[in-house]
Design a protein around this ligand. Sequence first.
Ligand code: FES
Ligand code: FES
Length: 160
Amino acid sequence: MVEKISFTINGQLRVVEVDPEMMLIDVIREILNLTGTKRGCDNATCGTCTVVINGKATKSCNTPVSKVAGAEILTVEGLAKGKELHPIQKSISESGAIQCGFCTPGIVMELYGLLENKPDASELEISNSLNKHLCRCTGYEPIKDGALMAQKLIQDRNKH
Ligand code: FES
Ligand code: FES
């Protein structure tokens, strides 16, 4: 059974005709060709498929597309403003948190969901959100450093 489902993604209204049980990651990557969202485990464990849905970081590999009807979705492609990277993108790249980069889009979206909603999140809250993500390369410390740098940049930006 195919249904028309509409949602906004990265500021654009999109309508897809799909099986409503199709997972959002498949719609994002295969139908909308937004391949910045990565497929790792495909079973809600690794976090690479994380996107932001109505402001909340959410795994797209276990979210049926029917659940996002009318929602606002943000993927990593929607973060930069022209050539201006989002503070989280800047910090994560400057802290050495990107090696192979496969985990990076999911982590960036996780931090977006946390820090844009709660710029004064505690270090523990930041660590807990990063704990939802697997990274084979970095040993996690540079990711945490990048997250703390991003938090400062977001706090400074919000003062202006
Ligand atoms: S691909 Fe979704 S959590 Fe691993
Ligand atoms: S940088 Fe390679 S998996 Fe994280």
